[in-house]
Structures are given as structure tokens and as C-alpha cells.
Ligand binder design. Structure first.
Ligand SMILES: NC(=O)c1ccc[n+]([C@@H]2O[C@H](COP(=O)([O-])OP(=O)(O)OC[C@H]3O[C@@H](n4cnc5c(N)ncnc54)[C@H](OP(=O)(O)O)[C@@H]3O)[C@@H](O)[C@H]2O)c1
Length: 220
């Protein structure tokens, strides 16, 4: 029997040269105010918001809906579950996602022996790295997640795209150039040397937003 997998919406902001952050992954604020509100709207309409542990370590995001940016009162029945993909349990103890202020799930690989606080939902799938498809099936059966927002970073986005799990990809392209070789790009993974390994996307929308451009893609 085929198990249910949520609809996945990847959203990120990049520089014109495709970088998600500064050198060595230092956090870059690439969104303008309208884009930030757009991100909050996607968060508020999602059942879960997912990042990789790399993003938790570099950016320490709250992964909560900032209702104040939307100008509306918090809707307590619409609190998306925060999900961290973290094979070896490297999520720092003091991370905002571990503050107990909203539901959090940390998904590790089977070798992880770390014990998490009782308010953290913890499950393990895969050896070495987290098996993302199994993690999504668990989020669906355990929490009824139907709409999943993936916010990054580079390696997590790459895994979702390579495993054919990305239903929609929106990219805000900021009018800046970052350059260098250690700044992470939208896509990581193995070197691609010819057209055969290119990931082909279908452009379904383009919009001017703040001083940048919002691109909306579906996978071909
Ligand atoms: N501009 C934006 O919109 C935006 C948004 C988010 C993040 N970022 C940036 O992205 C950067 C972080 O990206 P990142 O690539 O270093 O980290 P990441 O994608 O957030 O997390 C990657 C980590 O997740 C773990 N993982 C476990 N299972 C995995 C799987 N199946 N596939 C992929 N990863 C798996 C791995 O660590 P373990 O092996 O330890 O499990 C891996 O190193 C930061 O610089 C951040 O600022 C930018």
C-alpha cells in the first residue's frame, strides 16, 4: 500500500548568483519586507515547517509564524509543527526550535542515541542520514501533515529535489551578488558535468517583489 506523503513547498531567498548565505554559511538577510510577509503567509498555511540541522546551527530560526508581520491575531489552531532533520542529534540545546513554545519534531537517523526533552517529538528513520521519504510518511500519519514547507538549507533542498519530493519551489532573487566559493548555493550535492544531471523545472510564475523577483517553479 502506498503511504501518504505531504505536498512539499520549498521556499528560499537567493542572491542573483544563487547563494543562500554569506561565506561559510553565515546568515544573509536577502528578503525585503514584502517577501518576509509572503514567507509568513506560506508558514501560516502550512501544517509543518522543515529545515536541516545546518540551518538550525547557522541561523537559529524560530520556525514560528510571525503573525505581527501579517497584521492579524495569532491563530492558535494554526501552529505549524517545527521539524528538524538531524541525523546525529546535533541540534543545540539552546536552539529556538527547542524552546518549547511551539510543537517541534526532531528526526534523526537510527544511529542517534541522544535523548531529547519530552516535549520534543522524536523519531528515527534511515542509517547514516535521515530517510526523508520515511520522515514525511511519519509526519503525515503521526500529525496529519498534508502541507509541508521546506525552508532550507542547501543540502536539505537538494535532497528533496533529488528524491522527487518537491511539488513547488519558490525562489526570491534579491538584487545582490555575493560571490566566492564557500557561500552555499540553492543546490548542493554532487558535481553536475553535463545536461543529463541537470534538474529541469517548469516556470509557472514571475513577479516583481521589493527590489527583487519572485520565481515560482514546478518540477518537470
Ligand atoms: N536564504 C535562504 O532562504 C536560506 C534558508 C535556509 C537556510 N539558509 C542557509 O543555508 C545554510 C545551511 O545549509 P546546509 O546545507 O549547510 O544545511 P541544511 O540543509 O540546513 O542541513 C543539512 C544537514 O541536514 C542533515 N541531514 C540529515 N539527513 C539529510 C538528508 N537526507 N539530506 C540532507 N541533509 C540531511 C545533515 O547533517 P547531519 O549529517 O549531521 O544530519 C546535513 O548536513 C546556512 O548558511 C543558512 O544560512 C538560507
Amino acid at each position: 500500500m502506498t503511504k501518504h506523503v505531504p505536498k512539499v513547498w520549498i521556499n528560499c531567498a537567493v542572491s542573483l548568483d544563487g547563494k543562500l548565505a554569506f561565506a561559510s554559511g553565515r546568515r544573509a538577510n536577502l528578503s525585503g519586507p514584502n517577501d518576509m510577509r509572503r514567507v509568513q503567509r506560506i508558514r501560516s498555511a502550512s501544517d509543518a515547517i522543515l529545515v536541516g540541522v545546518g540551518t538550525v546551527i547557522k541561523d537559529n530560526p524560530s520556525l514560528k509564524v510571525h503573525w505581527e508581520l501579517l497584521g492579524i491575531k495569532p491563530k492558535s489552531h494554526r501552529t505549524p509543527i517545527r521539524v528538524v532533520i538531524d541525523s546525529n542529534g546535533r541540534t543545540p540545546k539552546g536552539a529556538k526550535v527547542m524552546d518549547g513554545s511551539a510543537p517541534t519534531a526532531i528526526i534523526t537517523a537510527e544511529q542517534c542515541k541522544r535523548a531529547f526533552p519530552t516535549f520534543v517529538h522524536h523519531a528515527s528513520f534511515g542509517n547514516g542520514h535521515v530517510d526523508i521519504r520515511m520522515a514525511l510518511e511519519w509526519l503525515s500519519t503521526e500529525f496529519g501533515v498534508r502541507k509541508l514547507m521546506v525552508e532550507g538549507g542547501s543540502r536539505i533542498i537538494t535532497s528533496f529535489i533529488n528524491e522527487g519530493l518537491a511539488d513547488r519551489i519558490t525562489v526570491f532573487v534579491a538584487p545582490v551578488l555575493i560571490g566566492g566559493i564557500t557561500a552555499p548555493s540553492l543546490m548542493a550535492g554532487a558535481d553536475c558535468r553535463d545536461e543529463k544531471c541537470m534538474v529541469k523545472l517548469h516556470l509557472v510564475g514571475v513577479k516583481r517583489l521589493d527590489d527583487g523577483v519572485l520565481l515560482d517553479f514546478k518540477r518537470k
